[in-house]
Every structure is written in structure tokens, then in C-alpha cells.
Design a protein around this ligand. Structure first.
Ligand SMILES: [Zn+2]
Length: 381
């Protein structure tokens, strides 16, 4: 009905402005395109061709591990159907750039989270190299220049760095461009909103003052049915309600899309896979969102944030933070305790370090750690 309403308005405008070109009039009356299970107006698809979506979160790499043990040779990503994501569907969904999630389960915290994360980065890089439709990029300019589906890497959850800023820096060197502070588990330095799901660091609360600062970032809306409806059913309208709400609270400049396809089991009716983004854009348009707002949601908002972060990086003279987290804070028996090694060496008269130096070198403030992390985080979800 909403589509017809818009056409009616268009027709009225035509009657009032008689000089309107014939081609524009015909275009207004042209039938919509049936795509993604609902009628999508040509103007929406044209908009998405002109301003392709940058989606902030897709868990296809997780499915590649779970279903295929990261054996890319066993599958064809063009038309694989065991996942929400394949290349054909990405094209139908007008996806221009995708942050692929290098996610490892919280249960890997204090075990092999770093190795698993590296393996997920590896599968993303291989995937983006092997398929000519993809191009791995690491900058906002890279996204804009790419004629393909630009691939970017994000890390989902601070447990992936094992409380090590050096590890975070090395991820950056490998091409990672954001890390969310937590997944569903606390880390030694940040509290998750998903209370009670995991036993890690239960006494941790909140973030430092730095973490609470406004950063003109983005809320990238997930489509996960349970998150958007608190039940097992939802539809495009349910998701659009969240967009309306965030628009009211924070403004349209603060909204992006992070569908979380292949990260969970339930997706709303009409938004079941990556081909269906146009249905959401159509719904928002029908609710009165103008083209400029939709361009922001699709692409321009995240490019703005990305560019701003790059400017901070390029204009600051900060040296890499050498702080270490203390063994006590991490409380992980798998960690090698270098303090003990120093003591052992002293007994053998090998180390010149005195205990005072040792104590000083192992001191860390969580504040400085989070400061550095936030500098490297493109967006925090
Ligand atoms: Zn995810």
C-alpha cells in the first residue's frame, strides 16, 4: 500500500508541475521490481546501485569454520546455500563492502583465542583473494576506489587479543580495522552487556571514563530476530522500528547496518539472507526516510567515522603503548609468568634486573590499555 501511496503522491506532483519530462512520468508509473520477496521500487535499487551498502558485520567466516573446517577448496562461495551469504546474494543485496567478522567463541578466552582469531583472519584473507568478485581493502579510500565487493576485517570481542596490546597491533598490521570491546564475555578490562552467559571475570564492571566518552560513532543495527523482537519471530517492520527509534534518540547520522548474517540462527521474515537488504531500505523509505538519510545508513555514515579515525591515527604522534596487564588481573594459569622467570634467573646470577624494576615493568593501568584499544577501534558496537 505504501508503494502505491508514494506513486499517488508522485502523480499529484506531476499534475501540478506540467513541465515534468515524459520519461520521468513514465518512470514514476513503472512497475516496481520484485526483489528479496517484496516489491522494491526501482528508485530504491537505483539508490543502492549508486550508494552501495557497507555492512559492518557478517559471520560467514564462522560458518566456514563450523561447517567446512575452513577448507575453502570444498565449497563454491558463488552459490553456496548452507549459509545466509553467497556472492550471488551479496550482489542482489547491493552490498558494496563487507566487514567480515574474525570471531572466536568466548570459550576460547584464556585458551587458544589468539590462534583461532589468526586462523579466522587467514580464512577471510584467502576468501577475499581467491574470489575475483572480492577485494581486500584496509582504508576508507580503499572502499571508495574498489570496483568489487570490498572486504574488510573486524574482530568480534576483546577476548581475541588476550589482554595484549602488541597482539592488537599485529592484528592491525594484518588488516583488521575494528574490534568490538566484548562479545558475550567479560575480559579482564571490560564488561559485557550479556550478563551471566559466561563465568569470566564476574566482578568487572563497566568501562573507564575514556570508554564512556561520546565518539560520534555508529550504532550498526543487527537483524538477529531475538535481539530485535525479544521473541522467535520478527519481520522487516520490526527491524525498521529500531531504526526509527535510534533515529529519534541519536539522529540518522549515527545509524549503520551490521546484519550479523551467518552469526545466529533466526532472522526476520523478509530479511533472511544478504540479498534482502533492499527490503529494509524500501521499508524505511516508505516510513518517510529521505534519500539523504538512506545514503547515510547505507554507506556514508560509516565512511565518515572511518575517515575520522584515520585522521586521528595520521595526526597524532602517539607512540605504541608498551603497557602490560598484570598476571593477577588476567588470572590465567596458561600464561607464562615472566616475573617468576626473572626471579629464577636472579638466583643463577643471570639477570641484572632488581625486583624494583621487575615490579615497575609489570604495572599497567586499565585506563591506558583501553585508551590504546579505542584508538584502534573503528567502531564500537
Ligand atoms: Zn557475529
Amino acid at each position: 500500500m505504501a508503494i502505491f501511496w508514494h506513486r499517488y503522491v508522485s502523480l499529484v506532483v506531476y499534475v501540478q508541475i506540467r513541465q515534468l519530462p515524459l520519461w520521468l512520468f513514465l518512470w514514476m508509473l513503472s512497475p516496481g521490481v520484485v526483489a528479496a520477496g517484496r516489491e522494491i521500487e526501482t528508485r530504491i535499487l537505483d539508490l543502492m546501485e549508486r550508494v552501495p551498502l557497507i555492512d559492518g558485520h557478517n559471520d560467514l567466516p564462522l560458518q566456514l569454520r563450523k561447517l567446512y573446517r575452513n577448507q575453502l577448496s570444498k565449497i563454491d562461495l558463488h552459490n553456496i546455500n548452507s549459509t545466509n551469504t553467497n556472492i550471488e546474494k551479496l550482489k542482489l543485496g547491493r552490498v558494496g563492502a563487507q566487514f567480515w567478522s574474525a570471531y572466536v567463541l568466548c570459550n576460547a578466552q584464556n585458551k587458544d583465542a589468539v590462534r583461532l582469531t589468526l586462523e579466522q583472519i587467514d580464512i577471510i584473507k584467502r576468501m577475499c583473494k581467491e574470489y575475483e568478485e572480492f577485494e581486500l581493502v584496509t582504508s576508507s579510500v580503499g572502499i571508495e576506489k574498489s570496483k568489487k565487493i570490498a572486504c574488510l576485517i573486524g574482530i568480534e570481542g576483546g577476548h581475541s587479543i588476550d589482554s595484549s596490546l602488541a597482539t592488537l597491533r599485529m592484528y592491525y598490521d594484518l588488516g583488521v580495522r575494528y574490534m568490538s570491546l566484548t562479545h558475550t564475555c567479560n575480559t579482564p578490562w571490560a564488561e559485557t552487556s550479556a550478563h551471566g552467559l559466561h563465568h569470566f571475570y564476574p566482578r568487572n564492571t563497566g568501562l573507564t571514563e575514556f570508554g564512556k566518552k561520546k565518539n560520534k560513532g555508529l550504532v550498526m543495527v543487527t537483524f538477529h530476530t531475538e535481539f530485535v523482537s525479544c521473541s522467535s519471530t520478527a519481520n522487516v517492520s520490526t527491524v525498521a522500528d529500531h531504526f526509527d527509534h535510534i533515529r529519534k534518540i541519536a539522529g540518522t547520522a549515527s545509524i549503520g547496518i551490521g546484519g550479523d548474517f551467518d552469526g545466529v540462527n533466526g532472522f526476520p521474515e523478509g530479511l533472511e539472507d544478504v540479498s534482502k537488504y533492499p527490503a529494509l531500505i524500501q521499508e524505511l523509505f516508505d516510513r518517510g526516510w529521505n534519500e539523504s538519510e538512506l545514503e547515510g545508513v547505507l554507506r556514508k555514515n560509516i565512511l565518515r567515522v572511518f575517515t575520522t579515525i584515520e585522521q586521528v591515527r595520521d595526526n597524532s604522534n602517539l607512540k605504541p603503548d608498551e603497557a602490560e596487564i598484570s598476571v593477577n588481573e588476567v588470572n590465567n594459569s596458561c600464561r607464562l609468568n615472566f616475573a617468576n622467570i626473572v626471579i629464577a634467573n636472579k638466583k643463577h646470577n643471570i639477570s641484572g634486573k632488581n625486583s624494583q624494576e621487575k615490579d615497575t615493568s609489570s604495572v599497567i593501568t586499565i585506563f591506558s590499555m583501553l585508551t590504546c584499544i579505542c584508538l584502534q577501534v573503528v567502531l564500537v558496537r
